[in-house]
Design a protein around this ligand. Sequence first.
Ligand code: FES
Length: 99
Amino acid sequence: MDLVAKMSEVPNFGKKVVSISGREILLVNVKGTIYAVENECPHQGSPMTAAVVKDGYISCPRHGYRFSLTDGRCDDHPECVLATFPVLLNGDDISVELG
Ligand code: FES
């Protein structure tokens, strides 16, 4: 587990990009639950920083592919899976396991 950010740095319904071992990871806060996904769309590599987050899904800003925040699956395009990572919250500390 890598300590990557403080809870106070990721506003509710907001995002923050962190770098772990040279990989860009996007943290997403949905009502106090933090999700960690790769900041690169598996379709054509667009950054996910401007993605819309809604109902447990994150939608790529480029062509709108919609990925589950929990397992990264895309129902309409099952060949594309967004990498997701386990998150541990400890007080104000956010840690992510790259695996
Ligand atoms: S690059 Fe993300 S949907 Fe095409």
